[in-house]
Design a protein around this ligand. Structure first.
Ligand code: URA
Length: 438
């Protein structure tokens, strides 16, 4: 077998065999296939696509490029959720303790932020002492004792994806449905949970520009997870504006504490929808009994206490959860509305970019993050505003990136004269038996 024949075949739209796919995934991972040949192949895949069989074979080859975690020793239902990423998406931070209160295990491996998207691991590290690099043994011990734990992805989980993703990032080959599907599903299937809810986002702050392409991606991922024997479903959700009104690392922890105390904002509504679908997928709950379990976890204060317990178990200072005013937050400035009208749309990615400019995100993997900076949105799509109203608070350190961030934000919030239609949290749910529209 040789790589040039494989590139030539995909260049003219041919279908690769599972052996050919395994050959190039293994060869690129072990360094025998160089970047330039892999780049050519990735571009041919992006342009000509892959069949479901090819996508499954690619997922399988990437999944087996490293360790496949076995969670069976936990002796219970182990759930996972995966978001395709966005701005102010801190759902994992609330879902882990809420789901643990509902009697299922959450053993979550999450990522760091890069570019305009934030990362769960960075947000957790804004809590003094919090350890996101527990040993495998301690990770399992915390999950067993507390019910949930969140750590960074171990180096040996789908290493093929790490190498391929890094190459896609610099060769314009990220936005290919089969490649995204294989990338996400190889990690999900390697991380050992039996029930998985995918949160596939669309809009100006997401990889997928519109709900239709998000639906296409979701269907493929659900099909692959089902073939692999998982209980799996996908929600298609809106990322046309930041999900949380708090965007930034410490600020998002503060926003999550508000949700765990029962503040019923957009973030809360999305967290509830994801949790209900995930609990129903386990077979332990119906959608109705899941509602009762979710509401009771929040209303009783157990979910907030569980979050503090998880933070303590991972060596963090739980007082920051119980008294979030302890977080050091940057100096306050504001962006105001230039006119009367309605917020008609937002370029969500630019709000993420503004936080990165302030120092709250990374442009390269080695950048240090300033946890104290970020924004608090005062408006959402549909809000009525008057000239001079505060659209958003901006928290900065010594003016770093402030002017650029304020310009990005004021250009990102579009104000017009017509009130737009209400934006739903979710567009559709994809289960193994089909699609349910919202
Ligand atoms: N998230 C991933 O993990 N991989 C992709 O390719 C895109 C989003």
């Amino acid at each position: 077998m040789n790589i040039i024949d494989i590139i030539e075949k995909k260049k003219v739209g041919g279908e690769l065999t599972a052996e050919q796919i395994k050959f190039f995934v293994d060869g690129f991972t072990d360094g025998t296939i160089p970047d330039y040949q892999m780049s050519a192949l990735l571009m041919a895949i992006l342009l000509n696509g892959m069949t479901d069989e090819e996508t499954f074979a690619m997922t399988d080859a990437m999944l087996h490029s490293g360790e496949v975690v076995d969670m069976s020793a936990l002796g219970g239902i182990v759930v996972d959720k995966h978001s395709t990423g966005g701005i102010g998406d801190s759902t994992t931070l609330a879902l882990a303790p809420i789901l643990a209160c509902c009697g299922v295990y959450v053993a979550k491996m999450s990522g760091r932020g890069l570019g305009f998207t934030g990362g769960t691991i960075d947000k957790l590290e804004s809590i003094p002492g919090f350890d996101t690099a527990l040993s495998e043994e301690e990770f399992f011990e915390v999950v067993k004792r507390v019910g949930c734990a969140v750590i960074g992805q171990t180096a040996n989980l789908a290493p093929a994806d790490k190498k391929i993703y890094a190459l896609r990032d610099v060769t314009g080959t990220v936005n290919s449905i089969p490649l995204i599907c294989a990338s996400i599903m190889s990690k999900k299937l390697a991380s050992g949970s039996d029930t998985i809810l995918l949160d596939v986002k669309y809009g100006s702050g997401a990889f997928m520009p519109d709900p239709e392409s998000a639906l296409e991606l979701a269907k493929k991922m659900v099909a692959i997870g089902t073939i692999a024997g998982k209980r799996i479903g996908a929600l298609i959700t809106d990322m046309q504006q930041p999900l949380s009104d708090h965007v930034g690392n410490s600020l998002e922890i503060i926003g999550i504490v508000d949700v765990l105390k029962g503040k019923k904002n957009r973030l809360y509504r999305e967290i509830r929808e994801v949790a209900l679908r995930l609990l129903a997928l386990t077979g332990k709950y119906t959608l109705q009994s899941a509602e009762e379990a979710f509401d009771s976890a929040i209303d009783s204060g157990r979910a907030l206490a569980k979050f503090a317990e998880m933070v303590r178990a991972q060596h963090g200072d739980e007082n920051y959860i119980l008294h979030p005013e302890r977080f050091e937050i940057g100096t306050r400035d504001v962006v105001v509305s230039p006119c009367d009208g309605y917020v008609t749309s937002m370029v969500a990615a630019d709000i993420g970019r503004a936080v990165t400019r302030l120092g709250g995100g990374r442009m390269t993997k080695s950048d240090e993050i300033d946890f104290s900076v970020g924004v608090i949105m005062h408006v959402a799509i549909g809000s009525k505003v008057r000239r001079g109203d505060v659209l958003c608070e901006v928290f900065h350190r010594d003016g770093k990136g402030l002017d650029e961030a304020k310009t990005l934000i004021s250009d990102a919030i579009v104000i017009g004269s017509e009130q737009p239609a209400e934006h739903k949290i979710a567009y559709a749910y994809v289960g193994k038996d089909g699609v349910e529209m919202y």
